[in-house]
Design a binder for this molecule. Structure first.
Ligand code: APR
Ligand code: ZN
Length: 261
C-alpha cells in the first residue's frame, strides 16, 4: 500500500506530466509564440540570478548603489571593481539545455523569437536567430564623452592592465558597456520587441521574477501566458499555465513531449 508521501509524489508527477502535455499542445496550436527570459534561464549555466533567496546578486548588493548610471558616474573605479569580474564570468558561461531547447523550437517553426533581459549572450550562443536583448549585451562598450565604440575585449584588456576605469583611446573619456543600467532609458531592442509582440498568441516566460518594469508589463501583450519558473511571480494568477521547476528540465521534458507526437 503506498504511503501518503509516495501517493502525493506520484500525484505530483502525473500533474507535472499533464502540464507538460498541455504546454506542448498550446505550442503546437499557437500561430505566434515568443519566449521572454530572465536570469533564471542562465543559473544552470553557472550565472547567479538577482533575486533568488540567498544566491541572488541583489540579495547581497543594492543594485542602485552598484549597477546604476549614478553609481558609474559617481565612482567609476568602484563600479568597475564591483561589476566587471562578474560580467567577465558571464562571457565564459556556456548555454544550457533550456537555451538550446528554445533555439530548436525556433528552427522547428514553433517560436518566433526570444526576448531576453539577460546580457550574457547565451541565446545567440545556443543558436537562436531572433533575439531581442532588451537590457543590452556585453559585446561592445562606448565612450561617455565622445561616443566612440570599442569591443568588450578592448575594455577588459585595459582593466587587466590596471587602467581602471577603462578610458577612450581618442578623448580619454570613461568607457561604459552597452548594457541597460538602472536609471538608463530602455534601448532600441525593447521598442522592437514590443512591436514584434503584436498579435502574440502565446508567451513563454522562463526564469524571470517579472518584477522589473517595463519588461514586466510585456505579458499584457499576449493572448495566452505560460510561466516556467522556480519561484512565484506577480503574474502567476493571471497565467494560463504555471510550471514551477528548473528551466533545463522543463524544456527537456517539453521537447520530449513534442517529439513523442
Ligand atoms: N529554472 C527556472 N527558474 C529559475 C532557475 C532555474 N534554473 N533559477 C532561478 N530561477 C528563477 C528564480 O526563482 C527567479 O524567480 O528565475 C527568477 C529570476 O528572477 P531575477 O533574479 O529577478 O532575474 P530577472 O527576472 O531576470 O531580473 C530582471 O532585473 O536587476 C535587473 O537587469 C536585471 O535583467 C535583470 C532584471
Ligand atoms: Zn571618447
Amino acid at each position: 500500500m503506498k504511503g501518503i508521501k509516495e501517493f502525493a509524489e506520484g500525484g505530483e508527477k502525473v500533474y507535472y506530466q499533464q502540464k507538460i502535455l498541455a504546454l506542448a499542445n498550446m505550442l503546437r496550436n499557437s500561430k505566434r509564440t515568443f519566449a521572454l527570459t530572465g536570469a533564471g534561464i542562465s543559473t544552470e549555466s553557472g550565472i547567479p540570478d538577482f533575486r533568488s533567496p540567498g544566491t541572488g546578486l541583489w540579495t547581497k548588493h543594492d543594485p542602485i548603489k552598484v549597477a546604476s548610471v549614478s553609481a558609474l558616474l559617481r565612482d567609476p573605479v568602484t563600479f568597475y571593481k564591483v561589476n566587471l569580474e562578474h560580467w567577465i564570468n558571464f562571457t565564459k558561461a556556456r548555454p544550457n539545455a533550456a537555451h538550446y531547447a528554445l533555439a530548436r523550437l525556433e528552427r522547428d517553426g514553433l517560436l518566433a523569437g526570444v526576448i531576453t533581459q539577460n546580457i550574457d549572450g547565451l541565446h545567440l550562443a545556443a543558436g537562436s536567430q531572433k533575439v531581442w536583448e532588451v537590457h543590452g549585451h556585453l559585446r561592445t562598450c562606448h565612450c561617455l564623452d565622445c561616443g566612440e565604440s570599442y569591443s568588450f575585449d578592448h575594455l577588459v584588456s585595459q582593466y587587466r592592465a590596471g587602467t581602471v576605469p577603462p578610458i577612450c583611446d581618442r578623448c580619454r573619456g570613461v568607457l561604459r558597456l552597452d548594457v541597460v543600467l538602472f536609471e538608463d532609458p530602455m534601448g532600441e531592442d525593447f521598442l522592437h520587441a514590443t512591436r514584434a509582440l503584436t498579435g502574440c498568441n502565446l508567451l513563454l516566460v522562463i526564469g524571470s521574477s517579472l518584477q522589473v518594469y517595463p519588461v514586466a508589463s510585456l505579458p499584457e501583450r499576449t493572448r495566452q501566458l505560460v510561466i516556467i519558473n522556480e519561484g512565484h511571480t506577480p503574474w502567476d494568477l493571471r497565467a494560463n499555465l504555471v510550471i514551477n521547476g528548473k528551466a533545463g528540465q522543463v524544456m527537456t521534458d517539453l521537447l520530449a513531449a513534442l517529439d513523442r507526437e
